[in-house]
Design a binder for this molecule. Structure first.
Ligand code: ZN
Length: 218
């Protein structure tokens, strides 16, 4: 499908809004009153991995934060404010960190690029690729290495998430909150669960061990 200009986008919006009302005449009345999503999604900005679309969900179901290579950074007030609102105001029960195969952000860590801001942003993925160099070097090609590093990145972001006071405090207060690390396959459109349900510091310890730096001689 080729979209020629912004008029096409606006026309598609009119058609979408009309079809929603045709299916449910109260749809916009209901959704304009409040949102009650059960899920918070931290995903990559990649245009091919739009959560509502790949989960086939209508508006109102997922509270979303996206950035390049689905990072959870304790210094990122954008991400932290989304998480704070999701956990303590919307009271979501599940936070999903979803990466994907063929991630350009992850692949950037294997390349020497002059991009200032992307290099800064993916600095910890670069470190992850150094920490797991021996494991990654056993793989056959760049595609496999990028996808393995994407998995390690997702595990690492789950650890970063569980290490946030926002999440630890929720667990201390016995708030029902679980973390989930998923990867989306661009080749077949399917999601794969990498972590199972992570809902305690004990669960987090297991995930931490799965992405811990390889020690020489291991
Ligand atoms: Zn990506």
């Amino acid at each position: 499908m080729e979209l020629n200009d912004l008029e096409d986008l606006l026309q598609r919006n009119i058609e979408w809004a009309t079809s929603q009302k045709d299916k449910d005449s109260e749809f916009f009345v209901t959704t304009s009153k409040e949102q009650k999503p059960k899920y918070c999604w931290i995903g990559c900005s990649d245009s091919r991995v739009s959560p509502s679309q790949i989960l086939d969900l209508p508006p109102g179901n997922i509270f979303v934060h996206r950035n390049i290579a689905n990072q959870v950074n304790a210094n990122d007030t954008n991400c932290l404010s989304v998480l704070e609102y999701a956990i303590y105001f919307l009271e979501v029960k599940h936070i999903i960190v979803c990466g994907h195969t063929g991630c350009g952000g992850v692949e950037s860590s294997f390349k020497k690029q002059s991009s200032k801001f992307i290099n800064l942003w993916i600095d910890n993925i670069l470190q992850l690729s150094i920490d797991h160099k021996r494991d990654l070097d056993t793989l056959n090609c760049t595609t496999e290495r990028v996808d393995r590093l994407s998995e390690l990145n997702i595990l690492s972001q789950i650890v970063n998430l569980g290490d946030l006071n926002l999440v630890k405090d929720a667990w201390t207060r016995n708030i029902d909150l679980s973390l989930h690390g998923w990867i989306y396959s661009l080749s077949d459109g399917l999601l794969h669960d990498l972590t199972g349900k992570v809902s305690s510091l004990n669960d987090l310890t297991i995930i931490r061990s799965l992405c811990a730096p390889q020690i020489s001689g291991d």
